[in-house]
Design a binder for this molecule. Structure first.
Ligand code: ADP
Ligand code: MG
Length: 705
């Protein structure tokens, strides 16, 4: 199979040994890492390939080596300029012939790249996806076909991917003209839904899927229900023993990160890290942590990108993460050195409420979009005027506009003039909203879990085979060694309920959790049932799994519980030995008082319920009044707007997606002189500061001098 491809100027014959040879001779690596060889073989054999492996596992080699083996030019599509530059530089260092084309380069460089490509002298050509929209460029590529097409960070193609990029989505339509080269799509984060979308969007033929490497053997995962008010104290307790550090604590907001860091300083050296801090301070925290002088960082999600600290012992989440993919990335920062490490997640019912609040904020009801849609006409009008007419809050309006734009309900030009688009936006928007809702539900299901935590994550990423293996060290597999959820033997009362659950399941093929909760003697809340089922599943008596039910042509997913073989065998007189969480449901009802560690009678009572009610209203929501700008400020604002339209034109995206008017105004007011001052402005954040910071400062300095 390997020899069936014509080898133009490939290195040697691509037989079994030659892949090894190229690995050593060109890349200087002694051996393949796990799965690399298998993938390289498939690609060299001409198969369309989808590769899903975690960050740092060595995916690039899986297109680079086959590219050299088959010869000719590999076309590499990459969504981030920095990534592209980095990879191109590395390949060039290896003595390979590489060119790249993206918006950050001189025209002459791009032109030369095209000439070299057509002459066939390139081994790799890197392009940004938006290049394909430049008239004539796809045709140019098609004149001399690539021998391999690699799509890096392929999750960006999928509308389900969190970094959904319209430019990437159009990629599929250009590929047929570049065939018959095989297509290899690479990503570190693709759930089965996203995987299916990538394959369909790229028109991949009988794609071979390689989904590997998500299991982390040395990471003991624990998920604990802890009321919000107790989490700070618990984090301090957890991180007091020196062997639990270095540690990263993920907090849900800047404010919480600051508070927790302050508190943790009583235990160890600790600092906050979030997007609202000046860039220099963030860099310093990063450096100090990396160097081992700082033992604990309390971060919002911005921390960890690009951090490569091997000996992080503990990662704590003090709130429910928004997606399982994000959670997995974050806990993956513990124990890169292979030594035993811990990931502890704290959550409660209040977290769920908070996520619901964010969901309705980020995905406003279709009626809000409809209102904006109706205000659009076939004639383009400035979006600022539309907003003024609708008297909508700037943020609400921008959000509605953005959604309409993404889903085709509005056409917006680089000058932020909008006109009415097609009326088909409602369905895709509803689908996207549901997807987000489903993501939250998946996190919730994970924390309510009735199975090995690591297995659940591995399964989530689509590795069905490896997903059957229990890790043996998480709170489910080894409840006796948890830190945040102390276990105790069941009480009498709990035993009665546990037996009733088993009886209700006996002689059935399984029951939905809703039905089971009703049928158990005396009835149970879903939350209580979850705790009892977890205990029974841990003891190997019950299995809880996903099941499907088809209604009106739609597949409805639900959770189903049934007796495991061990549970079937258990007779009424046999002894039960089951561990319950310290704060389990039966504890309060027996003693009549709350336990020390739980501090609540029912999981949604007490503190948790109090927070559930107040949390959403407490979420920072600034409706800033427009600032009165000075003369100079107004001039700067105008200059910034002009700069922004230039960028919009260059990147071919609407200006409001680059920076909101309000952010521009805030910059004009502060007239920042350096990157750290700029980064501290609301609406900037690290990624925007990285991308546009220097340019904005140039505009700002040009005004004030
Ligand atoms: P990914 O794209 O999966 O995040 P990369 O392809 O960037 O990961 O690879 C991560 C690092 O691993 C790179 O520094 C790369 O040089 C190195 N690497 C890849 N394959 C091997 C190998 N077989 N032996 C040693 N190092 C490797
Ligand atoms: Mg990569």
């Amino acid at each position: 199979m390997v020899d069936s491809l014509p080898l133009k100027n490939g290195i040697g014959s691509a037989g079994a040994s030659s892949l090894d040879e190229v690995l050593r001779a060109v890349f200087g690596f002694g051996s393949f890492r796990a799965n690399q060889e298998e993938v390289c073989r498939a690609v060299v054999g001409g198969a369309d390939t989808l590769l899903v492996m975690p960050t740092g596992s060595g995916k690039s080699l899986c297109y680079q080596l086959p590219a050299l083996a088959v010869g000719g030019t590999a076309l590499v599509v990459s969504p981030l300029i920095a990534l592209m530059e980095d990879q191109a530089a590395k390949l060039r260092e290896l003595g390979l012939s590489v060119a790249r084309i993206h918006s950050g380069l001189d025209r002459a460089v791009s032109r030369q790249a095209c000439v070299d490509y057509l002459a066939g002298s390139l081994q790799f050509l890197f392009i940004a996806p938006e290049r394909l929209r430049v008239p004539g460029f796809p045709e140019l590529l098609a004149k001399r076909k690539p021998t391999l097409i690699a799509i890096d960070e392929a999750h960006c193609i999928s509308q389900w991917g969190h970094d959904f990029r319209p430019d990437y989505r159009m990629l599929g339509q250009y590929l047929p003209a570049l065939r018959p080269a095989p297509v290899i799509a690479l990503t570190a984060t693709a759930t089965p839904t996203v995987q299916r979308d990538i394959v369909a969007q790229l028109g991949m033929v009988e794609a071979q899927k390689f989904i590997h490497g998500f299991r982390r053997e040395n990471l003991a995962i624990e998920v604990a229900e802890v009321p919000m008010s107790m989490r700070g104290e618990m984090v301090c307790d957890l991180l007091t023993p020196a062997e639990m550090r270095p540690a990263i604590v993920y907090a849900p907001s800047r404010k919480r990160a600051e508070e927790l860091a302050l508190r943790l300083r009583e235990v160890c050296s600790a600092a906050a890290y979030h997007a609202g801090m000046a860039a220099e301070m963030r860099d310093e925290v990063h450096r100090e942590f990396q160097a081992g002088r700082l033992e604990c960082v309390v971060a919002t999600i911005a921390f960890g990108m690009g951090i490569d600290k091997a000996d992080v012992r503990t990662v704590v989440h003090v709130a429910l993460p928004a997606t399982l993919e994000g959670y997995y990335q974050e806990i993956g920062r513990a124990g890169r050195d292979g030594q035993p490490s811990r990931a502890i997640l704290m959550h409660s019912y209040a977290d769920q409420r908070q996520h619901e609040f964010f969901l309705t904020r980020d995905y406003p009801p279709a009626e809000s979009l409809e209102r904006v849609y109706k205000a659009l006409t076939t004639e383009a009008q400035p979006i600022a005027e539309i907003r003024a007419r609708l008297k909508m809050d700037e943020e609400d309006f921008a959000r509605a506009m953005e959604k309409l734009y993404i889903h085709g309900g509005a056409e917006v030009d680089f000058g932020d003039n909008a006109r009415r688009g097609g009326d088909g936006w409602k369905k895709p928007y509803a689908r996207q909203t549901n997807y987000r809702r489903e993501q939250i539900a998946l996190v919730q299901r994970y924390v309510d879990g009735h199975e090995c935590r690591m297995a659940a994550l591995v399964l989530h990423f689509g590795d069905v085979e490896d997903g059957r293996v229990r890790c043996g060290i998480c709170d489910f597999c080894k409840p006796t060694s948890t830190l945040a959820t102390p276990m105790r033997p069941m009480t009498r009362n709990e035993e009665r309920v546990l037996r009733s659950v088993l009886d209700t399941l006996r002689n059935s093929t399984g029951k939905s959790l809703g039905r089971l909760a009703n049928e158990v003697d005396g009835g149970l809340s879903r939350k209580e049932l979850d705790i009892y089922l977890s205990a029974l599943a841990r003891a190997g008596l019950v299995v809880v799994e996903d099941a499907e039910w088809i209604k009106d042509g739609e597949t409805i997913l639900y959770r189903k519980a049934s007796l495991a073989a061990e549970g079937e065998r258990l007779g009424p007189g046999d002894e039960l030995e089951i561990l319950m969480p310290q704060s389990g449901p039966g504890a309060g009802s027996v003693s009549g008082s709350t336990t020390k560690s739980g501090g609540r009678k029912s999981p949604i009572g007490g503190n948790a319920a109090k927070h559930a009610k107040s949390a959403p209203s407490k979420v920072e929501r600034k409706t800033t009044r427009p600032v009165e700008l000075s003369e100079a400020g107004r001039e700067l604002e105008q200059a910034l707007k002009e700069w922004r339209s230039g960028v919009a034109k260059r990147l071919q995206i609407p200006a409001f997606l680059i920076l909101h008017d309000r952010t521009l105004r805030a910059i004009a007011e502060a007239a920042p002189k350096n990157l750290s001052a700029l980064g501290a402005i609301a609406g900037m954040g690290p990624s925007k500061t990285d991308k546009y910071g220097e340019e904005i400062l140039t505009v700002s300095r040009g005004r004030s001098e």
